[in-house]
Ligand binder design. Sequence first.
Ligand code: NAP
Length: 494
Amino acid sequence: MNNLQRTFENPDMFDFRSFSHRLYIGGQWRQSSEDRLIEVIDPSTEAVIAAVPDATPADVADAVDAAATAAPGWRETAPRRRSEILRRCFELMIERSEMLAALISLENGKALRDARGEVAYAAEFFRWNAEEAVRISGEFCIAPSGANRIVVDYQPIGVCVLITPWNFPAAMATRKIAPALAAGCTVILKPASETPLTAYALAALYEEAGVPPGVVNVLTTSNPGPVTSAMLADPRVRKLSFTGSTGVGRILLAEAAKHVISCSMELGGNAPFIVFDDADLDAALDGAMIAKMRNAGEACTAANRLYVQAGIHDAFCEGLRKRMAALKVGAGTEAETECGPMITGKAVSKIDRLVKDAVRRGAKVLCGGSVTDDTGYFYPPTVLCDVPEDAELAHEEIFGPVAPISSFQDEAEVIRRANETEYGLAAYVYTSDLAKGMRVASKIETGMIAVNRGLMSDPAAPFGGVKQSGLGREGGQHHGIAEFMEAKYIAVTM
Ligand code: NAP
């Protein structure tokens, strides 16, 4: 019996099969109005593990009705009460963290240790926003003319549509749901088709924590374009918050523009990881392993291009090769696994194409570099060096366990190369000269940059990108919650 079976055989843990075949709308667990299903696949074994409903237009209309019906009551619920419910969501997530981690690992394939990290991170959005819910304040001042007072009241924006990707099935949902609920909004979540079980498991947990019916609704669909268009066309929907690829983000921005709907967009990345000669080599290698291999490279913040200064280049390449080659690859749910499978066979084919392209253009393979024919969507940890600037993987998200290294000579060159991308989400710099680190950080065109760290995500910090990596911020002091509120100006003569 493996870890996962032990977890689900435990009678204290609920069985994910109990909410298979059910949508969560208006506090009801109900079947789709037609009996179409979406199969959920374990990427480690390619076996079908569950099926979830494929929502019809009628289900979508019901979800918007439910969210709109619940909106006035939730908006009028005292901030203290909303805060207590969010706090309870946090506590329940922590109590159930082993079960949630096992479920994430099962449907996404990520190593259990990554899944445990995700649950802790995801739960933190509830704790943080429970604290924020009671600190929403307005503004009050005298108009410059002296004729009146200016009062600014921050109000919940209304019904929100939330769309999330498969790579962090819990955290990408809670990063939206927690601030939306703290602000007083109601939501309809559409999770990725590959990882819907975590979204439904969390919906059951919100219900238990006291989130009233209709405040959170979850629906799954194999037809996300038309379903989203139908929701955005409903005038009661006032917000779209999307996390996913830049390509789909562009389509959704155009769709939202038709109805002038407020959009928050967390899109793709192409993070540079820069190591200067004066960096602490071991610290840089530790950081590179985290920045590259958290989630087996399936992260928007993943180091996508590693630039290493000429003096430290060979030692860094050898150090990274050793660490990557030593990683234990296997089913995500096995305790000792350090690198799980990719999400789909299509994802493996894309990585394989990018690596072959880089090698054809002159890159050298230091380890990994080819697909094995094992069952499951596996790609081995791979290190490439001498990667030329025109390699496709220097411009596209790899989204897998491949570290492409190239060397640079000086600061100006590496800043130019780091900025040669349409993306601007995350970046990393390693140097023992803090002034240089800060200087480079200020010139790199990204929304976030880690100096001498391989990880930057923190619910207390504003997460988001510039350029084509997105619009708006999630988390942070006031930033995340502000995305779900609108300022109302009231002019008062006294
Ligand atoms: P994706 O293909 O863009 O899908 C994301 C979500 O959008 C899924 O729920 C998907 O549903 C839905 N979707 C797809 N086409 C749609 C359409 N025409 N209209 C409405 N919804 C649509 O991205 P992914 O492959 O799941 O995730 C990986 C991407 O997300 C990467 O680019 C990564 O960088 C990005 N990401 C960004 C952040 C960030 O914070 N910036 C965080 C995590 C991931 P289906 O699953 O049903 O297709």
